[in-house]
Design a protein around this ligand. Structure first.
Ligand code: VGL
Ligand code: ZN
Length: 200
């Protein structure tokens, strides 16, 4: 990797691993590979899904709704999730096996009660920035490699926004695992490919 490359590790947290509140099948299998990628990367950024209790993306916040229902929010359509990644909880911590000490920045997202944030760059209104694009640009980083969870949600939306922000983006599918809700995995792989994301 060149000096201008960064590895972005997306949401490798307990709640997205087997036994967690929103477990992604095989989510923990990627830990050794991601650790290898961390060791070889010039720069490492990690993201952490970080919701307040009662977050608007939780089905439990909407009486009569259940997890994986869809709901129209003021900012657009939103999938409702089981309560997950609550600030300060065990589930919100990084998987204990992940070599996180080399991370130069940890981006927390989803902390605004009224809006969800899949992408590491913009919240789900596709307008509110997390600050990551500016941070990377200011540091002269132009090429990103993405790994983590979940392929078809936070990884995919991060990749799409990164391309939209002018970064060269590779998603390491072998270092990702997906949720695949109603065909979301194929759909998002197609969208990433069409946007010019390199999938390997
Ligand atoms: C994610 C659903 C809700 C993810 C986060 O990390 O892909 N998915 N919050
Ligand atoms: Zn979340």
């Amino acid at each position: 990797m060149a000096e201008t490359d960064a590895l972005i590790v997306i949401d490798l947290q307990n709640d997205f691993c087997p036994g967690g509140a929103l477990a992604v099948t095989g989510g923990d299998e990627i830990v050794p590979l991601v650790n290898d990628m961390i060791r070889h990367a010039n720069h490492v950024v990690m993201t952490q899904d970080w919701h307040p209790a009662g977050h608007s993306s939780f089905a439990s916040s909407h009486p009569g709704s259940k997890a994986f229902d869809h709901m129209d929010m003021p900012y657009g359509p939103q999938t409702l999730w089981p309560d997950h990644c609550i600030q300060g909880s065990k589930g919100a911590e990084f998987h204990s096996g992940i070599a996180w000490t080399r991370a130069e920045l940890i981006v927390r997202k989803g902390f605004r009660p009224a809006i969800d944030s899949y992408s590491a760059f913009f919240e789900n209104d596709h307008k509110t920035p997390t600050g990551l694009a500016g941070y990377l640009r200011e540091r002269g980083i132009g090429k990103l490699t993405l790994a983590g969870l979940a392929t078809d949600f936070c990884v995919a939306y991060s990749a799409l926004d990164a391309v939209g922000q002018g970064f060269k983006v590779t998603v390491r599918l072998d270092a990702c695992r997906g949720i695949d809700l109603g065909g979301s995995l194929d759909k998002m792989l197609g969208r990433m490919r069409a946007a010019g994301v390199t999938l390997i």
